[in-house]
Design a protein around this ligand. Structure first.
Ligand code: NAP
Length: 314
């Protein structure tokens, strides 16, 4: 199949009005994956992916960087500027004085001169140190949102990143952020899928010009148990009627909502399948069925035990 033309959205608060391709390849590690991140990213570039979602905590920045160097060597892309690369700061670096050094470290590991987008991975701070997952609640200290954001603004001004954003921020936290930001967040990356549609948060972000990037768009997350969308009989019927897969229905719905999304597949076929969603549409009747899907958050938080107030009861 030929590489489809992937639509893009403009990040309004970015330097130079950077454009983000609506679909990105997720790179969060999975124990079951047999394909390496380097091979997966290289294959994705061959297939037409131009947007990659990494994070310091995923331990994949080096492999993503190696794949980009290889793609340049092979002539698959003529310049790094053709790619949109996101990374995220881990909670151990959510201290104002650690932000610039942490971003510089990510850039060195990725062998890049700049990122397209850097996100605060979680609105939580722990003592500086090694990445631990899940986060021990006893290690949490106060999250200085204003100090951290001011340092991120500095990163954009220094040209270390084209855009800055948040991840896992509730409306309440975004409101606080917007109250002092001189560069508003370009993106809020949060869980959105057919089983957790996030209407309110999306409406708020739209009003404020913040692009929403959906993570776990197939609701796979860390859980490999029963899946509210991938095992959903109604969605199976709907997929059969369109001659598509359930995954494609999930991604097409996100696209029709005006969202961007990061989906992870390291499998050649499924990676390609996930790109084939731009030349057909869902019907009114499909939307009626989709509105009946039970809603429940999948990713409840990165801590052990879970925090009561992480989502501000939204
Ligand atoms: P996901 O993309 O919803 O699901 C990934 C799983 O679905 C993989 O096991 C993959 O297996 C499978 N898959 C992919 N395409 C498929 C298809 N067409 N048919 C059937 N199965 C398919 O979940 P995710 O990895 O949790 O989320 C995606 C990305 O979002 C992550 O990799 C990460 O970059 C980001 N994320 C961010 C946060 C945050 O806090 N900001 C949290 C979670 C995730 P195969 O590889 O075998 O195809």
């Amino acid at each position: 199949m030929t590489a489809p033309k992937v639509p893009e959205v403009v990040l309004s608060s970015s330097s130079g009005q950077r454009k983000m391709p609506v679909i990105g390849l997720g790179t969060a590690p999975e124990a079951i994956s047999k394909v390496t991140t380097k091979d997966a990213v290289l294959e994705a570039i061959k297939q037409g992916y131009r947007h990659f979602d990494a994070a310091a905590a995923y331990g994949v920045e080096q492999s993503v960087g190696e794949a980009i160097s290889e793609a340049l060597k092979l002539g698959l892309i003529s310049s790094r500027d053709e790619l949109f690369v996101t990374s995220k700061l881990w909670v151990t670096d959510n201290h104002p004085e650690l932000i610039v050094p942490a971003l510089k470290k990510s850039l060195r590991t990725l062998q890049l001169e700049y990122l397209d987008l850097i996100l605060i991975h979680w609105p939580i701070t722990t003592k500086p140190g090694e990445v631990k997952y899940p986060i021990e609640v006893s290690e949490i200290v106060e999250f200085d949102m204003k100090g951290v954001w001011t340092s991120l603004e500095e990163c954009q001004k220094l040209g270390l990143t084209k855009a800055i954003g948040a991840s896992n921020f509730s409306i309440k936290k975004l409101e606080k952020l917007l109250s002092f930001a001189t560069i508003p967040p370009a993106v809020n990356q949060v869980e959105v899928n057919l089983g957790w549609q996030q209407q309110k948060l999306r409406a708020f972000c739209k009003e404020k010009g913040i692009i929403v990037t959906a993570f776990s768009p197939l609701r796979k997350g860390a859980s490999r148990g029963a899946n509210l969308v991938m095992d959903n009989d109604i969605l199976k019927e709907l997929a059969d009627a369109h001659g598509k897969t359930i995954a494609q229905i999930c991604l097409r719905w996100l696209y029709e909502q005006g969202l961007t999304f990061v989906v992870k597949s390291y499998d050649k076929e499924r990676m390609n399948q996930n790109l084939q969603i731009f030349d057909w549409s869902l019907t009114k009747d499909d939307y009626k069925k989709i509105s009946e899907i039970h809603q429940e958050r999948l990713i409840k938080g990165p801590t052990k035990p879970l925090l009561d107030d992480l989502w501000d009861e939204e």
